[in-house]
Write a protein that binds this ligand. Structure first.
Ligand SMILES: [Zn+2]
Length: 73
């Protein structure tokens, strides 16, 4: 798969990413598997991973300002 930004090669890595779940709430998901460009650090999240992220977000308390979770594969 090629990077849409620079044409470099994507590689699979795990990283920690923040997701906004409300006006003042953010969850940080650790060990998230993403595809990252080795050239420009652009990343993309695959559909099946994003679906699981959506489920994780649904399960979190919306009134917690910051929550840190681990992505369980
Ligand atoms: Zn790139």
């Amino acid at each position: 798969m090629k990077c849409h930004n620079c044409g470099g090669e994507f590689e699979s890595v795990t990283t920690d990413l923040p997701f906004k779940t409300g006006a003042h709430s953010i969850i940080i998901i650790k060990d998230l598997p993403v595809m990252q460009c080795g050239n420009c650090n652009e990343y993309m999240i695959e559909d099946q991973v994003m679906e699981r992220v959506d489920k994780i977000i649904d399960m979190t308390e919306k009134n917690v300002e910051v929550e840190v979770l681990r992505f369980a594969a």
